[in-house]
Write a protein that binds this ligand. Structure first.
Ligand code: PMV
Length: 324
């Protein structure tokens, strides 16, 4: 069987996914909305081969840990079940951005893997089926399958996939990512989701999620930056409040994260269109209209503790680089 290569962008969520109704199926407790990040990507090659004793995984040119290989292998089992392919696979994946520090590398990694592995196994999945498959590797990966701005709905196994609510070209936003640490996070999101229900605040977060989803979707449709800023910062704070108050508590912010957040609030009070959001890590994503991105990125680079700034525009869907 031939080698297939796929590329996918990570995404940044404006309305966050945190906590599952079903951990094994990765069925989320609430819907979420995100934007794909052009310029950042995972590129993944998959080849099923009868000569292999077991699945092999290379990450960024090095041999993966047994835990990483095991997670990919469990995902490949789903593809083998769907396709009837029985052989092991060789997987090589590369990111062009730091893994594990709040840029949701698992989103692009599992979206690219879902596409490359399903095509390498001879499956032709439509976008919804591909998003549903990617979801099983990492929930946020479901949102990296469709292009532009995507909404992933909660629901049962069949109904829980992401679709595009607006194409990348619909709204020229920029994500300026203030990199504060490139270290791997202490508690990954899979373990984190399982703790969400231990926070007394999770029920309140979930009760308000449908309203925030409606507000966020409408703000994207109308290109209403002020409303998007308000609802996305609120949603980020709610998720981190749940993380901090779960048992054990998860604290992803570093002092420099707070410095950046305070600076962005100050810039906004002074009239600049910018807001921030953070995933399960210390790096701060600062969203602004593309026209303000140079100024925002330069301002971020000067703040204490900011190592460097990545810039991304709205990105397209996961795509194949070669045909099976
Ligand atoms: O896809 P996971 O299991 O890595 O979860 C992602 C969780 C957050 O990045 C914190 C939020 C989100 O919606 O992307």
């Amino acid at each position: 069987m031939s080698k297939v290569v796929a590329v996918a962008h990570p995404n940044i969520a404006f309305i966050k996914y945190w906590g599952n109704q079903d951990d094994a199926l990765r069925l989320p407790s609430n819907g979420s909305i995100s934007m794909n990040l052009d310029g950042l990507h995972s590129q993944t090659a998959v080849e099923f081969s009868a000569g292999l004793a077991g699945d092999e995984l290379q990450l960024d040119g090095g041999v993966a840990t047994p835990e990483q290989t095991q997670r990919v292998s469990a995902f490949l089992d789903l593809v083998r079940e769907m396709s009837g392919v029985t052989s092991a696979a060789r997987v090589e994946s590369q990111n062009n951005f730091p893994s594990g520090a709040g840029i949701a590398s698992s989103s692009s990694a599992f979206a690219a893997l879902a596409l490359a592995a399903s095509a390498a196994a001879g499956l032709e999945l439509d976008e919804a089926a591909l998003s549903r498959l990617a979801r099983r590797g990492s929930g946020s990966a479901s949102r990296s399958v469709p292009g532009g701005y995507a909404e992933w709905r909660s629901g049962d196994d069949a109904g829980s996939f992401a679709h595009s609510i607006a194409a990348a070209e619909h709204w020229e936003l920029a994500d300026c990512v203030a990199i504060i640490s490139e270290e791997h996070k202490a508690t990954g999101s899979t373990a984190g989701h399982a703790l969400a229900g231990t926070s007394p605040l999770q029920a309140a977060r979930l009760a308000g999620a449908p309203g925030r989803l409606d507000a966020c979707r409408a703000a994207i449709e109308r290109r209403d930056f002020a409303t998007l800023a308000e609802v996305a910062e609120l949603d980020c704070h709610l998720m981190h409040a749940v993380m901090m108050t779960s048992q054990p508590g998860l604290h992803y912010w570093l002092p420099a994260s707070l410095e950046v957040m305070a600076a962005v609030r100050g810039w906004r009070a002074a009239g600049m269109a910018a807001f921030y959001t953070l995933d399960a890590g210390p790096n701060v994503h600062v969203l602004c209209p593309e026209s303000a991105a140079a100024e925002v990125a330069a301002g971020l680079a000067e703040l204490p503790g900011v190592l460097r700034v990545l810039r991304a525009a709205p990105g397209g869907p996961a795509r194949l680089l070669s045909d099976p």
